[in-house]
Design a protein around this ligand. Structure first.
Ligand code: SF4
Length: 334
C-alpha cells in the first residue's frame, strides 16, 4: 500500500462524505502525484484542489506533514505509529489508520463510528462519553485489532460497520454480520446505546468585519487575518475589538456601518457587525508593513468589486459582503 495515497485518503474522508471525496481525491492525486509534489505545492493551488472538501486546515496540515517527510525524513515515510505521530499535523486517528493499513501495526482507530459500534457490541452504554468510558472503549477496540493478523482491515471493517449497518439511528441489525456477538442487540438496548454525546457549551463572540474599498472604489481588500478565526482563508479584516487600539492611521477611514448578522464557527456563536472602510489617497504610497498594520490584513490582494463574491474563502465573509452591498451602493450614488 502506498502510504501517500492512504494518508491522503484518510485525511480527505475525515469530516467529508465519500461521495464528495472520491472525485476530488482523483483530481488531487493526478496533480500531486507524490509527497514531494504536495510539499512544494503553492498555497493557491492547494486551496483550489481542496475546494469543496471543507475544513481547509486539513490541507494545510497535509502540506506541513509532507514538507516534514521530504525535508526531515529524506522523503521516506514513517514505518510505525509512533513515527507517524511525530509528523506535524498527523493526529492519533490518522497515525493509527495509516500505520495499521500500511505497516500492519495493531493500533486501533477510534472515531465516533467505532465508539458507537464497540459500545453496542460490549453493551457499554451509559458512561461512554466519560474519560474512563472512553479509555475502556479504546481498550476494547485495541484488544480487537490485536487478535487479527490484518489490523488495517479490522480497523476499516469497524469504521465501515459504523457508517453502514450500525448507524446512530435505525441500525440494520438483522443483516449485521456481528449480530450474534452483539450484547446491546441481545439485551434489546441498541437504540439507547450509546446515549447522545453531551454538547459543549457554546460561547458568544462579538466580531467586527471591515470591508475595505480601494481609494478609487473599484476594488476590495482581502488578505490573511490575525486573531483566532479563519486565519487560513483569505477574507476581510476581522476584529474582536473595535475601534482597534493604537494610533489612528492616515491610510484608512471608516465610512459606514452595514448591519450585523449571526454566524457559528464550531462552538462560537458569533454576532458580526459589518463596517465599510475606505483607503485614503495616502495609502497609494504606503508599503506592505504600513498597509498591513492599518488594515489588519497580511498579504493584501485587491479584488475587483465584480469578482469579490467568487474570491471569498468562507461563508462568514460571503455574509459580510452581502451586508455591505447596500452601504457600498449608497456610497457610490454620491
Ligand atoms: S447487531 Fe446492530 S447494534 Fe450490534 S453491531 Fe450490528 S448493527 Fe450494531
Amino acid at each position: 500500500m502506498d502510504p501517500y495515497r492512504v494518508w491522503l485518503g484518510e485525511v480527505m474522508s475525515q469530516q467529508t462524505t465519500l461521495k464528495v471525496v472520491v472525485p476530488r481525491y482523483r483530481v488531487f492525486l493526478n496533480r500531486l502525484k507524490d509527497v514531494k509534489a504536495l510539499a512544494h505545492c503553492p498555497e493557491e493551488e492547494l486551496r483550489r484542489l481542496w475546494s469543496g472538501l471543507g475544513y481547509y486546515a486539513r490541507a494545510r496540515n497535509l502540506k506541513k506533514g509532507a514538507a516534514y517527510i521530504v525535508e526531515e525524513l529524506a522523503g521516506q515515510f514513517p514505518s510505525s505509529h509512533e513515527q507517524w505521530r511525530r509528523v506535524p499535523g498527523v493526529g492519533p486517528y490518522t497515525a493509527a489508520a495509516v500505520s495499521s493499513i500500511c505497516n500492519r501495526e495493531p493500533v486501533a482507530c477510534v472515531d465516533g463510528n467505532v465508539i458507537r459500534v464497540i459500545s453496542r457490541l460490549a453493551s457499554r452504554c451509559k458512561d461512554v462519553w466519560t474519560t474512563s468510558g472512553q479509555e475502556a472503549i479504546r481498550g476494547l477496540a485495541q484488544a480487537l485489532v490485536e487478535t487479527t493478523a490484518r489490523p488495517g482491515d479490522a480497523n476499516q471493517a469497524l469504521m465501515e460497520l459504523g457508517q453502514t449497518a450500525c448507524q446512530k439511528s435505525s441500525p440494520t441489525c438483522p443483516s449485521c454480520p456481528l449480530q450474534e456477538s452483539c450484547a446491546a442487540f441481545e439485551s434489546g438496548v441498541v437504540e439507547q446505546c450509546p446515549p447522545p454525546r453531551p454538547r459543549p457549551q457554546s460561547t458568544p463572540v462579538d466580531l467586527t468585519v471591515v470591508v475595505f474599498l480601494r481609494w478609487d472604489g473599484a476594488a476590495v481588500a482581502i488578505g490573511r487575518r490575525e486573531g483566532r478565526f479563519l486565519r487560513a482563508l483569505p477574507g476581510f479584516a476581522l476584529h474582536e475589538k473595535f475601534p482597534f487600539g493604537g494610533a489612528p492611521s492616515k491610510l484608512v477611514r471608516y465610512r459606514r456601518a452595514a448591519g450585523s448578522f449571526r454566524h457559528t464557527i464550531t462552538r462560537h456563536r458569533i454576532t458580526a457587525s459589518c463596517i465599510l472602510g475606505e483607503l485614503t489617497p495616502h495609502a497609494k504610497k504606503a508599503g506592505e508593513p504600513e498597509l498591513t498594520a492599518s488594515l489588519g490584513l497580511e498579504r493584501v490582494q485587491w479584488i475587483p468589486v465584480e469578482d469579490i463574491a467568487s474570491s471569498l474563502g468562507s461563508s462568514l465573509d460571503t455574509k459580510a459582503w452581502r451586508h455591505c452591498l447596500g452601504a457600498f451602493a449608497e456610497l457610490h450614488k454620491r
